[in-house]
Design a protein. Sequence first.
Length: 342
Amino acid sequence: MNENTVKQTLLSAVKPTNIPTIGNYLGAIKNWVKMQNDYDCIFFAVDLHAITAKQEPQKLRERTLYVLASYVACGIDPNKTLIFVQSHVPEHTELAWILTCYSSMGELSRMTQYKDKVQKEGQNKEKENIQAGMFCYPLLMAADILLYQTNLVPVGEDQKQHIEITRDIAERLNNIYGKDLFTVPRALMPKVGARIMSLQNPSVKMSKSDDDPNGTVSLNDSNDEIIRKVKRAVTDSGNEITDDPSKPGVKNLLQIQSAILSKPIYALVQEYAGKQYGQLKSDTAELLVQSIEPIREKTNEILKNTTYLTALLKDGAEKARNRARKTIKRVHERIGFIAFSE
Ligand code: AQP
């Protein structure tokens, strides 16, 4: 890229609902590391989103720090990339409230995650117990994105709807208050998305808040735990190693290897011709140990270095707030709020 070219702003985040998994790493963070030179990157820990589900205060604090430390351990460079904790930048909630006043109950009711929740909780009385935060969180997500005049948001297929609603709201406000109020963001779909599935139920995504610890490999799992979990991974009947959708467990292990090695799955299928599931499992476990062990050790080192961590948090919050204030100031002016003189 030409040095004079203005880099596009790219933003994404991890929710500190638990220790990040290899799904978060292979599906997101590993790609973010490669994007740092080409984009003006912003990666943060979204603790305000985490509280849409119940969290223990001390655990939330620890996991938020873990997310930030693991970004650095995975190779996100704080000198190139803005990293911070969402709640350290109050402008996120401030803008979210403003966006709430320009959005309708109807468009929020159509968001898949809310609809799923309603489905699960029942249509009638129980619906009244669903938190308003679960209903409104897409507006906090829209605020996260619009606050930094973001151009691109890397997302999987299941998150496209969040970018759509963000675009709608940005265009709505731009039509009222001027085209330069918000940059209208675009979804950046990965060419080959590494979607890592649960090791125990390969028809669902590996999730850090999965109740079954054997379904996930977390970035703080020991080498022995990683090996044990991969060995116990659900494979399928038969013995052919193929990425056919009828064998989701085998396909998932191939997908993990493919994401680690940056190698197409078809090449792996060829290499495994005539080999047994046992071999596939032990190779996958070994590759995971090789890639996760250094990240785990580096993360622990960073977490022990409180001077470094405090400076990282402070620096990130200051830089993020400086950028966020610019957007908020413009929004206040256009909406008609009286300027605050300090
Ligand atoms: N299994 C996965 N495979 C590929 N990518 C994944 N991501 C998450 N799980 C997988 C990607 O990681 C980034 C951060 O995700 P998040 O923490 O903001 O939320 P999530 O997608 O809801 O992840 P979890 O682990 O499932 O969280 P919980 O259990 O709290 O809901 C995103 O880019 C996501 O696509």
